[in-house]
Design a protein around this ligand. Structure first.
Ligand SMILES: Cc1cc2nc3c(=O)[nH]c(=O)nc-3n(C[C@H](O)[C@H](O)[C@H](O)COP(=O)(O)O)c2cc1C
Length: 352
C-alpha cells in the first residue's frame, strides 16, 4: 500500500498538499497551465526548463518564464545549464522571483541542450553534476530538487549512482523519469528503477513517466515507495485527468466544461504571451482539448485555421452554448487576476 494520493508531503520545509505533481514541459507549462493544474488537484506545479545562460544575460523572453502568480504556490522553477556558478546565479534569480523550489534539469535528451553539456549528459559527468547541485544548494535558501532520466543509453542504471551523490551535494528531492535519453519518449518508463532509487536515498523521490490513471498511480506509489507521481502528457489539454487521479469516480467533463476551460486557457495565455505569440502557441492545444472523442475532428481543423483568438472563442461558444454559463461560474470562483498577478519579476531586473 502506498501513500494516499490526496495526502500531503514535504520537500524540505515546503508542504505539498497532494502527491500529484504537474510535469515541467517545454512549450506547454505556461502560467495558465500551471494555475489550472493547481485548481484541478496538482500539489506542486513546475515551470518549463529555463536557460541559466538566458537568465544570466537578462534575455527578455527568458525572464518572462519567471512570472509567478500568487495562486500557483507551491511551484518549482526548473533551470538548465552546465556551469555551476551560472546555475547558482540563475537559482538566486528564481528564488527572488518567488519559486518555492529550484529544480535542476539533468534529464533533457534534446540535442540542442545536451550539446552544451546540460540536461541528460550530466548523468555521464557525475562530478560536474554534483558541483552544480552543491553550488545551487549553497546559494539559495529554498529546497533544491533534481529531475533526471535513468541514464544516456538504453538499459543504463546511472541514475542509481548519480542520485545519491546529488543528495549528498544538497538535493532535497529527486524526480526520476526512468527512460534513457536515447529512448526519448519510446518504450516505457521502468519504475522498478524508481523503487531501487527510493531504497538508496533518504529524500522524497517523484516518479515520472506513463502515469495516466488512478490505478496506475496507486500501483506506482505502492510498489516503488515514491513520495509522489508526476503527470505530463496525460494532462495536456486534459486537466480532468488530475481530478480523476485523485477521485476515480469523478465524472467526465461535459462539452460545455471542456469549451469553457479552453476559453479560459486561451484568455490567460493571451494575457501572458500577447495575442501573436499565444495564437501560434495555442494551436497544439486545440487537438489536445477537443480530441478524446469530445468534439468532431473537423471542428479542431476549423479552430486551427482561425486567425484570432477572439474568433476561436466565438466558435467554441457556438459549438458548446452552455460553455458561457460554466465560464461565468469559473470566473466568479477564480481569484481576481489583479490581486493574483501582482509580482512581475521582470520589473525586479529592470525589464527587457
Ligand atoms: C512536450 C514535452 C516537453 C517536456 N519538457 C520538459 C522540460 O522542460 N523539463 C523536464 O524536466 N522534462 C520535460 N519533459 C519530460 C516530462 O516532464 C516527463 O518527465 C515525461 O513526459 C514523462 O512523463 P509522462 O509520461 O507523464 O509524459 C517534457 C515532456 C514533453 C512531452
Amino acid at each position: 500500500m502506498g501513500a494516499d494520493l490526496a495526502s500531503p508531503w514535504w520537500i524540505g520545509q515546503v508542504a505539498i498538499p497532494t502527491r500529484l505533481v504537474l510535469a515541467p514541459m517545454a512549450g506547454v507549462s505556461v502560467q495558465a497551465f500551471r494555475r489550472q493544474g493547481r485548481r484541478f488537484g496538482a500539489g506542486l506545479v513546475c515551470s518549463e526548463m529555463v536557460s541559466c545562460a538566458g537568465l544570466q544575460h537578462r534575455n527578455e523572453r527568458t525572464l518572462g518564464y519567471l512570472r509567478i502568480a500568487s495562486d500557483e504556490h507551491p511551484l518549482a522553477v526548473q533551470i538548465f545549464g552546465s556551469e555551476p556558478a551560472v546555475m547558482a546565479e540563475a537559482a538566486s534569480m528564481v528564488e527572488a522571483a518567488g519559486a518555492d523550489v529550484v529544480d535542476i534539469n539533468f534529464g533533457c535528451p534534446v540535442r540542442k541542450v545536451t550539446k552544451t553539456g546540460a540536461g541528460a549528459t550530466l548523468l555521464d559527468e557525475p562530478d560536474r553534476a554534483a558541483r552544480i547541485v552543491e553550488a545551487v544548494a549553497g546559494t539559495v535558501a529554498v529546497p533544491v530538487s533534481v529531475k533526471m532520466r535513468r541514464g544516456l543509453e538504453d538499459g543504463s542504471r546511472a541514475c542509481l549512482d548519480v542520485g545519491p551523490r546529488l543528495v549528498e551535494a544538497g538535493a532535497a528531492a529527486l524526480t526520476l523519469h526512468p527512460r534513457s535519453a536515447r529512448q526519448m519518449y519510446t518504450g516505457f518508463a521502468d519504475h522498478s528503477l524508481t523503487a531501487e532509487l527510493v531504497e538508496r536515498v533518504k529524500v522524497p523521490v517523484i516518479a515520472s513517466g506513463d502515469v495516466t490513471s488512478h490505478g496506475q498511480a496507486r500501483a506506482i506509489l505502492g510498489t516503488t515507495g515514491c513520495a509522489a507521481v508526476m503527470v505530463g502528457r496525460a494532462a495536456q489539454g486534459n486537466p480532468w485527468v488530475l481530478r480523476e487521479l485523485l477521485e476515480p469516480d469523478a465524472p467526465q467533463p461535459t462539452r460545455g466544461e471542456v469549451a469553457a476551460e479552453l476559453i479560459l486557457f486561451v484568455r490567460e495565455t493571451v494575457r501572458e504571451l500577447g495575442e501573436r505569440r499565444a495564437a501560434s502557441f495555442l494551436k497544439k492545444f486545440y487537438g489536445w482539448y477537443l480530441g478524446r472523442g469530445r468534439f468532431p475532428r473537423a471542428f479542431k481543423q476549423e479552430l486551427v485555421v482561425c486567425e484570432t483568438t477572439a474568433e476561436i472563442e466565438q466558435r467554441l461558444l457556438v459549438a458548446a452554448p452552455d460553455a458561457a454559463d460554466v465560464l461565468e461560474r469559473l470566473e466568479e470562483e477564480l481569484p481576481q487576476t489583479e490581486d493574483v498577478l501582482l509580482d512581475l519579476p521582470i520589473s525586479i531586473y529592470g525589464g527587457g
